[in-house]
Structure formats: C-alpha cells, structure tokens
Design a protein around this ligand. Structure first.
Ligand SMILES: Cc1cc2nc3c(=O)[nH]c(=O)nc-3n(C[C@H](O)[C@H](O)[C@H](O)COP(=O)(O)OP(=O)(O)OC[C@H]3O[C@@H](n4cnc5c(N)ncnc54)[C@H](O)[C@@H]3O)c2cc1C
Length: 413
C-alpha cells in the first residue's frame, strides 16, 4: 500500500490526508505546531469549497458549524449600497449557499475525520530530498521515507524552498490585512457587508452563535509595526455603522494582522515525488476568499488522480495539468479584485463605485461561475469515517523510517 507524508496540517494538508486516506493510502501528517488548530478568524466557504468538502464526506459536519449569511453586498465609504447580494441567489445558481465558519471549528472537523495516529503535531519538517521512487523527509524527531511528499506547508513552504530552489520567494501584495471575531452580539441577524474606501476595505459576516467575523485590508508598506488592535481601531473606528459597534465587540488582543503575499507562478506543482498544494503552491490575495477553497479542491483532485492511475508519476502529471491553470487564473482574478477594492486614487475609486452601481448583481454572480462552478472528481465512499483503527497502519509505519539521507537538492536545510 503506498504511503504519503503530508507536510503541514492546515486546511489543505488535513484535507489532503483525508482524501488520500479515503483512497487507501497510508498517511502521516507532520505539523510544525504543537497542536492542530488555527488561530485564524473566520472563513468564507464558497460552493466550490463546500463541494470539495462534500467529496471528503464532510458536507453535513461543516454545515453544522456554519452560518448561512442571508444577504450582503458592497457599500461605499459613506455606507451607501453600491450593490446588494443575496445568498439564496448563490444557492439557486450553484446548488449550495456561501457558508461562513470559524477556522478553528473547520480544522476541528478535519482533524476529527482522521485517525489520531496519523497526525504528528510538533513534527516540524527540516529537509526533503528525492530518494528513488519516493522522497525522504527529515523532521524534528527523525526521518521518514514515503512514495509521495505533499507540501501543504503554507506560504513559506519548506518543501517548495527545498524541492523548487529556483522558485522566487513570495511577493508582497502591497497591503496588510486585519481579522477578528467579535463576542456574540444580540439581534444583528445574519447580514454582512463589504465597505470599499480609498485604499482600504472593511467587511463583516455572521458566524454561528451571534458572533461576527470582521476582515479588513489597507494599502500599506510591508512590515508595519503598529499594534494590530490599535491599527484596526485607528483606521476603521470612524467608519459607518455597524463598524464601530463590531470593533467594540472584539475581545482585547484578538485582532490578527498580516501582510499579504502571493506566491509567484511555478512552472509545475510537481517535482519528482514532491507535490505542492494550497498556499505552498499558489497563495493568493484574499479578496475573493478562495485560498482555502482552492486548497480543498487541490486535495480532492490529488487523491482522485492517484486513484485513477496506478502510476504515481502519471497521476501527478495529471494533477498538475488539472490544478495549475485553474489556480493561476484564480490567483490573477483575486489580485485584480484586491487591487480594485483598494484603489486609493480618488477618480479611480469614484469610477469603480459608479461601475459597481451600474452592473447588475446577477451579472456579477454569473461572472463568478468559472470559480464557483467547480465540481470535484469522484472519491470512493469509505466504509467509515474516521477510519476504524484496525484498518490504519500505526503512524511509525505509515512511512518507512530511513537511517540516512541520500543526495540532497539545493535549498535551505
Ligand atoms: C486575511 C485573509 C483572509 C482569508 N480569507 C479566506 C476566505 O474567506 N476563504 C478562503 O477560502 N480562503 C481565505 N484565505 C486564504 C486561506 O487562509 C489560505 O489560503 C489557507 O488557509 C491555506 O491553507 P494551507 O493549508 O495551504 O496553508 P496554511 O493554512 O498556511 O497551513 C500550513 C501549515 O503548515 C505548517 N507548517 C509550515 N511549515 C512547516 C514545516 N516546516 N513542517 C511542518 N509543518 C509546517 C503550518 O504550521 C501550518 O499549520 C484568507 C487569507 C487571508 C490572509
């Protein structure tokens, strides 16, 4: 039975492990952090993402932790609606609505779908090198050999740096993002909105339990050092209702602030028996809310390709052909949307807002069909999820332990 080591236990890596496990691969997930979890705030799961989750057998479990936004839309800096959207239109067009979840709760669902002995928290990967028809992974506690190494280790991917030494480093997208989740607020319903300012945007969306996910971005020099909570309040505290109320309901110290980066295009997501997915392959501007969605798509597609073809190299080539053009197109589209929402030049912002008022919302939704309309390849129905312990190899045997490295590629081991 073939074995895979998944490097990184974020949304992409956990989804890949579930998908590979479903097709009968032995899997070990090596996660740098001491436990599996996400400190992140909220997450929008569009129909393409929820179809991928359905292919993993998790549709109902995710639905149970999600809020279904009723209505939303885009408003200008003064609070006037530029256009309104209705989640029932998304559901009608795509057979499922947009779901809002807390990231930590989504990660809990993914972790619960895997037998615990496949998961290795505290397993930071330090080096990866090819070894015949496989690869060797050196981690904090030793080395393992596997038929396949899945680099799901995020934007600063060690696997990418090691196996793609020529790849350019992530590029600063010119903006900083803030995220936070409020305490429960009574009577606010499940409406959300996105405000477009000049060089700044602020959005909010309902989460289960009366909480709201607040997300914002602004053009800013790379590496700003202002305290996250102070910067968030300073920039957005004076925005139209309900922004001040939302900011006041964010617990002390609960604002996350990150500079936004994109991974420059790679010539392939596959090198030998190493394969990249999620942010490691194509981290993108968050403006379309598609980073995690495309990571989920990658995971399902990878397993489907490996299941369809017994020749791993052929399957990986097929994965690359399926994923690279699509994710590159979404990266470009996200960058365009991010740039449009953060136009700082007053005539540019005015023209953007005018255009947004004129374009019928139905047309905007239709224009998203290529992104939201993705359908997953089929994965077999497992006997049970999470798999019964007796069907699962112990983690030590999920990938064969190796004593010493062979030839090592360039990189920063
Ligand atoms: C502000 C913002 C808002 C966003 N909103 C959305 C949204 O609404 N919808 C959406 O779909 N996407 C959204 N995204 C994008 C989404 O967060 C990411 O695309 C997604 O989380 C990527 O998942 P991943 O598993 O590929 O990487 P990550 O989540 O980065 O996970 C990588 C994992 O690898 C681990 N790791 C790293 N190095 C090593 C190592 N050497 N050894 C072992 N483990 C390692 C890390 O600890 C981490 O757990 C947003 C992004 C931002 C910045």
């Amino acid at each position: 039975m073939p074995a895979a080591v998944v490097v990184g236990g974020g949304i992409g890596g956990l989804a890949a492990a579930i998908a590979l496990h479903r097709i009968g691969w032995r899997v070990t997930v090596l996660e740098r952090a001491g436990e599996f979890g996400e400190i992140g705030a909220g997450l929008a799961l569009w129909p393409n993402a929820t179809r991928a989750l359905a292919a993993l057998g998790l549709a109902e479990r995710v639905r149970a932790i999600a809020a279904v936004e009723t209505a939303g839309g885009v408003r200008d800096r003064a609070g006037r609606w530029l256009f309104r959207t209705d989640n029932s239109d998304v559901a009608r067009r795509h057979g499922r609505p947009l779901l809002m979840v807390h990231r930590a709760e989504l990660v809990r669902v993914l972790v619960a779908a895997l037998p615990a002995d496949l998961l290795r928290p505290g397993g930071e990967v330090r080096a990866v090198w090819p070894d015949g028809d496989g690869a060797v992974v050196e981690h904090r506690d030793g080395r393992v050999r596997a038929d396949l190494v899945v680099g799901a280790d995020g934007i600063r991917s060690r696997v990418r740096r090691q196996c793609w030494p020529e790849a350019r480093p992530p590029r600063y997208a010119g903006c900083t993002a803030w995220r936070a989740v409020t305490e429960p607020l009574d009577g606010r319903g499940a409406e959300g909105a996105l405000f477009w300012g000049r060089g700044e945007r602020f959005g909010f969306a309902a989460l289960p339990g009366g909480r709201f996910y607040c997300f914002a971005a602004a053009r800013a020099p790379e590496g700003g050092e202002e305290d996250a909570s102070a910067g968030f309040a300073r920039r957005f505290g004076g925005w139209p209702d309900p922004v001040p109320e939302l900011l006041a309901a964010v617990p002390e110290g609960a604002v996350l602030r990150h500079d936004v980066y994109a991974v420059p295009p790679l010539a392939s997501y596959v090198r030998g028996r190493a394969v990249l997915l999620g942010d490691a392959a194509h981290a993108m501007d968050p403006a379309l809310g598609q980073g995690a969605g495309t990571a989920l798509e990658d995971a399902v597609t990878l397993a489907a390709c490996l299941r369809a073809d017994p020749d791993v190299d052929v399957a990986l080539a097929r994965y690359d052909r399926a994923r690279r053009p699509r994710t590159r197109a979404i990266v470009r589209r996200s960058a365009r949307m991010g740039a449009a929402s953060l136009v700082a030049w007053p005539p540019g912002a005015w023209s953007r807002n005018l255009l947004a008022r004129l374009v019928p919302p139905g047309l905007l939704l239709r224009s998203m069909d290529p992104v939201l309309g993705w359908t997953p390849p089929e994965l077999p129905e497992p006997a049970e999820l999470p798999g019964p312990a007796e069907r699962v190899e112990p983690a030590e045997r999920a990938a064969e332990a190796v004593p010493a490295p062979g030839g090592r590629p360039g990189g920063d081991a």
